[in-house]
Ligand binder design. Structure first.
Ligand SMILES: Nc1ncnc2c1ncn2[C@@H]1O[C@H](COP(=O)(O)OP(=O)(O)OP(=O)(O)O)[C@@H](O)[C@H]1O
Length: 250
């Protein structure tokens, strides 16, 4: 297999020259971005840069006016429901059932997703995310934000989806919860999950991401790759971030 083929086959999440917007207002203008198996891509950009719009396009809720979007090889525009079967999306404010326990949430949501809700699958997923065993039978209404997030990610683990989309996952988490969250992302990366994480946390991104991209005016203006050590220096990235946001405070 050639280098090029290898790259394309490993790209589980792929946006190719995507343009999308609302009415006549274009937000994404020829955005190309790929995330491979076992890769964490952090997407940064100022308010209104189009990060959430990118997630909406990936989830098939906003149809691009140009370009292609594929998840695990499935064209999103051709069959959004089929594409969504390959992806788990964890919003900033995790949407789960407050009156149900973590176990009950998983059992219910797995059933809705058409996945067998066996106890062993549920416990295995809750083990993988490190949710305290004593809390698993308690209602979510008493959970911290970090525990809710673990529960939401456990659903992704139990569904065995190849793609995970995270929207500002560390906002509102304390340093210890952020560190646990990063450990969890490490586990998912090792399992081969392709992770796209929208964040404002540049420091956290340098700690956990393999690549960091800056979105500005509907395009990726900079992509830093951890494999190139110097490119992951926080100071130069901060400057790149500022440059990517003309007229905006970072
Ligand atoms: N449903 C909508 N209809 C019209 N315009 C919208 C809609 N949703 C978002 N926009 C506009 O699209 C632009 C990009 O929004 P988007 O939410 O993608 O930005 P973002 O990068 O996620 O920003 P933030 O960091 O503030 O969450 C913004 O100017 C926003 O006002």
């Amino acid at each position: 297999m050639t280098e090029m083929q290898h790259h394309v086959e490993n790209a589980v999440l792929r946006l190719n020259a995507v343009s999308a917007g609302y009415g006549s207002r274009m937000i994404l203008e020829g955005l190309s971005l790929e995330v491979s198996r076992g890769e964490i891509f952090a997407l940064l950009g100022g308010n209104g840069a189009g990060k959430s719009t990118t997630l909406r396009v990936l989830l098939g809720f906003l149809k691009p006016s140009g370009g292609e979007v594929t998840l695990a090889g499935q064209d999103v525009a051709a069959d959004p429901a089929a594409a969504r079967a390959h992806v788990a999306y964890v919003a900033e404010n995790v949407a789960l059932y407050e009156h149900l326990s973590a176990r009950e949430n998983l059992a219910y949501l797995l059933t809705l997703a058409g996945v067998a809700a066996e106890a062993s699958r549920i416990e295995g997923a809750l083990d993988a995310v490190g949710l305290d065993a004593a809390a698993r039978g308690r209602r979510l209404s008493g959970y911290s934000k970090g525990m809710r997030q673990k529960t939401a990610i456990a659903l992704a683990v139990a569904r065995q989806v190849p793609v995970l989309l995270l929207d500002e996952p560390t906002s509102g988490l304390d340093p210890r919860a952020i560190s646990e969250f990063h450990d969890l992302l490490d586990v998912l990366r090792a399992r081969g999950t392709a992770i796209l994480m929208v964040t404002h946390d540049l420091l956290g991104a340098t700690q956990i991401a393999d690549r960091i991209g800056f979105l500005s005016q509907g395009r990726l203006t900079q992509v830093a790759d951890k494999a190139d050590g110097s490119a992951f220096d926080i100071n130069s990235l901060y400057q790149a971030y500022q440059t990517a946001q003309p007229g905006q405070a970072a």
